[in-house]
Design a protein around this ligand. Structure first.
Ligand code: ZN
Length: 238
């Protein structure tokens, strides 16, 4: 048994708390979706204050011997506006992290790093690894089409209110036409036999709107009736 999701989320919670609300939700989803693919990650950088940015800019400059890590001064990085994150792979000990882009910790023959990149792009993040000049592989940003200049002049992305709990359960089932037809056949027969009594379910299937939660509910009703449990009309209370 690997690391628990709650533990993994807690490792990043401090770094997430000051992000732009919309980006925060996306970053949490990224941690969750990466976890579901067997790749625990930790967010190593979220919001970076102007002072922190200037300190970082000074690294490798003005006589400092360390390598240069950024070309951005205060206000010139998307991190300064809470719309960028950096990540690293969280190792099985739950403490150490890795920036090894070849690592395949879950043994699925896909580099963990690129699995995370794939999930991030699905959520609408841009990846620093795609940049031509200054490749920044741990970096994602969600800028909503705004430039640094826009941010500097006070523009901000919209706040999207959305729970991270919202998931596939509330989306119509991802079926093709043939599968919807099959589902319609099965549940129409059950309706005709009186195993379910509310036509709205058939309607939903025919409109391709039935979701996973509803299908699970209908299956539970059928299972209960097979067990000869007394079941009220299944539309009650829905
Ligand atoms: Zn970054």
């Amino acid at each position: 048994m690997g690391l628990q999701l709650e533990f993994i989320l807690s490792k990043s919670s401090k770094r997430l708390s000051d992000l732009h609300p919309t980006v925060k939700i996306a970053a949490e989803k990224l941690i969750i979706n990466s976890y579901k693919r067997g790749v625990p990650i930790v967010i190593t950088q979220g919001l970076r204050t102007f002072a922190e940015q200037n300190a970082l800019y000074a690294q490798g400059r003005f006589g400092d011997k360390k390598p240069v890590v950024t070309n951005a001064k205060a206000g010139e990085s998307f991190h300064n506006y809470g719309v960028a994150i950096d990540f690293a792979l969280l190792l099985p000990d739950g403490k150490n992290v890795s920036w090894d882009m070849q690592r395949d910790g879950d043994g699925d023959r896909q580099c963990d790093w690129l699995e995370v990149v794939e999930e991030a792009k699905k959520l609408g993040f841009l990846w620093g690894g795609d940049w031509i000049n200054f490749k920044d592989s741990p970096h994602f940003e969600m800028t909503f089409g705004l430039t640094i200049k826009d941010f500097q002049s006070g523009k901000r992305p919209p706040i999207v209110k959305e729970s991270i709990k919202e998931d596939e359960d509330n989306m119509p089932l991802p079926l093709n036409d043939y599968e919807w037809k099959m589902l319609n056949g099965i549940w129409s027969q059950r309706y005709n036999k009186g195993e379910i009594t509310d036509w709205k379910w058939i309607d939903k299937i025919r409109c391709k709107q039935l979701n996973a939660g509803e299908l699970a509910f209908l299956n539970a009703v059928i299972a209960a009736k097979k067990d000869c449990l007394s079941v009220e009309a299944e539309s009650a209370g829905m």
